[in-house]
Structure formats: C-alpha cells, structure tokens
Ligand binder design. Structure first.
Ligand code: BV8
Ligand code: ZN
Length: 242
C-alpha cells in the first residue's frame, strides 16, 4: 500500500492534505472519539456547542482551559514535521486542518487553513474582537478589555464553518493531483465530505489512519498505520527521489 502512495505522490505536482485529531494523538492529545475520549464523561458534542456555552460558560471554559493546558505542554510529532517536508517539496501545497491545537503551525507548516478555528484564540461576545487567550483578563472566565465575556474562537457543533476557508480549500482541491487524509474518523461534517468531493474532482486520495474509517471505502489508497510512523517513510522516498 505504501508503494502505491509513493508512486501517486512522486508523479504529483500539487498536494492537498486534510488532518484530524489523529495526527495530534501521537503528541499525547486525546482524540474526540477515541477510547481515551476527550474529557471525563462528557462528549465533545455536549460541550462544544453554543447552547452548552450559554447554559454553563464556566464548565465549557473549564474544558477549554484543561485542553489548552494539555496542548501547550505537547510538542509536534514526526507526522507534523513530515507535512512540513511535503510542503517544502511540492510546488503547490495546502493543509486544511480540523484541529484547533496550533501544532501544525508550531511544527513549521506555513500554508495552513483552520476549518474549526484555534483553541488559543478568543472572540469577544460584546465587541467581537479576536485576540490571543494570553491577552485576556482571566477571572473565573476570560474577559475582554471592553469587559465582554470571551468565547474560544473555534467552530462549535451547529455553527457554520468559515466560508472563506472552505471556498479556498475547495478551489485548491479541485485542481490538486492528490489528497492525503490523515487521522480523521470522517464523522464530522462538512470535512467528512471531502474524500467524496476529491473523488468527484478526479483527485487521487490516500488515507492514513490506525483503523478503517467511514471514508476508507472511498479512498484510492488506505494505509493502516500510525501517522507518525508511516508518513516520514513515505516522505523520505518521495522527497529524496527528485
Ligand atoms: C455545520 C472545534 C451547519 C471545537 C469541532 C451533515 C451535514 C452538515 C452538518 C452535519 C451533518 N450531520 C451532522 C452535522 C452537524 C455537525 C456534525 O458533523 N456532527 C457530527 C458529530 C455528526 N457538523 C457541524 O455542526 C459543523 N457545522 O455543519 O454547520 C450550518 C450551516 C450554516 C449555518 C449554521 C450551521 C461544524 C463542525 C465543527 C465542530 N467543531 N472542533 C473544539 O475542538 O472544541 S469538531 C472536532 O471533531 C475537532 O475539530 C476534530 O478534529 C473533529 C473531527 O474529529 P476527528 O478529527 O476525526 O477526530 P476523531 O476523534 O473523531 O477521530 C480521530 C481519528 O484519528 C480516528 O479515526 C482514529 O482512528 C485516528 N487516529 C488516532 N490515532 C492515530 C490516528 N490516525 C493516525 N495516526 C494515529 N496515531
Ligand atoms: Zn470586547
């Protein structure tokens, strides 16, 4: 399977990559739906919603502050760095991530689009200001200098994803030669629809995951392996050849 992926990538000039929580799992960050589930007996869909925040902002902030703490202590892993090598290798490269953990940027990826926002950014409910969490006034919860309560600048379930990010991603995907999909269960829409969209555009698709997912039946090549192990191997063969 790896040989097929290498062959497809060696002949490609443009690469689209979609990542999910699985790529950060090897940095010690719990995935959403894995057995190490994100948080105590709450499910992400209970907490990552506007209704949950309106009902109990303190509980939702406790969850995000806990995640920010885990993520800030984590480091990018070989899977993140392998994507930086691919970005430097391909003439045209776009990385669309569902993750909010900023690890791709910390690893050195440049052309990163965040489909679900960023856990270290905040948005003021009063003045709308977008800022970094470190600039917030933290009492029981983070507040803006205008006095407004802040929310995490992420896309919650039931909220629209950023249209500019989606449009730019689809435009790139429609002309890409290959798409790599890694570490996503293919549960969350509209990201889960990307493999099908890629197929309709005639884009070759490669999935890397530790287990088959809802999208495995759709891809051209499915590699069952931890992202951090197999991707550096693939990159070595693809990058060294040229
Ligand atoms: C929207 C930010 C509409 C917050 C997140 C059909 C069509 C459209 C919408 C829907 C639909 N059906 C249902 C919906 C609604 C909903 C949805 O998809 N619900 C699901 C639960 C069914 N979608 C939405 O609400 C989206 N918005 O549709 O808006 C709209 C339009 C106009 C106006 C108003 C509204 C918004 C969804 C965004 C939700 N926000 N995150 C936060 O993080 O706190 S989603 C969250 O899940 C994370 O971003 C995460 O990345 C994402 C997806 O999960 P995965 O990344 O796949 O993670 P998961 O744990 O599931 O899987 C991990 C995978 O990694 C596994 O496969 C595992 O095997 C693998 N893995 C583990 N270790 C490794 C590995 N792989 C490789 N190597 C390893 N080592
Ligand atoms: Zn404000």
């Amino acid at each position: 399977m790896i040989e097929n992926a290498i062959k497809i990538l060696k002949n490609a000039k443009s690469l689209f990559v979609l990542t999910g929580a699985g790529i950060s799992a090897e940095s010690g960050i719990p995935t959403f739906r894995g057995k190490d589930g994100l948080w105590k007996n709450y499910s992400a869909t209970d907490l990552a919603t506007p209704e949950a925040f309106n009902r109990n902002p303190e509980l939702v902030w406790e969850w995000y502050r806990w995640r920010q703490d885990i993520i800030s202590k984590a480091e990018p892993n070989p899977a993140h760095y392998a994507l930086v090598d691919l970005e430097n290798h391909f003439e045209k490269f776009l990385l669309l991530t569902q993750n909010v953990d900023n690890l791709h940027q910390r690893a050195g990826s440049k052309n990163v689009l965040e489909l679900h926002g960023n856990i270290f950014r905040t948005r003021c409910l009063k003045c709308g200001r977008i800022d970094k969490i470190e600039n917030a006034r933290i009492e029981k919860m983070p507040y803006c200098n205008c006095g407004g309560l802040l929310r995490p600048d992420v896309v919650w379930f039931g909220e629209a994803i950023p249209q500019d990010v989606w449009q730019e991603s689809m435009k790139f995907l429609s002309n890409a030669a290959v798409a790599i999909i890694r570490g996503t269960s293919g549960v969350v829409w509209p990201a889960a629809g990307i493999p099908e969209i890629a197929k309709n555009y005639g884009v070759k698709t490669i999935e890397i995951n530790i287990e088959p997912t809802l999208i495995t039946s759709l891809v051209d090549v499915s590699i069952i392996s931890p992202a951090g192990k197999v991707l550096p191997e693939i990159v070595k063969s693809v990058v060294n050849i040229n």
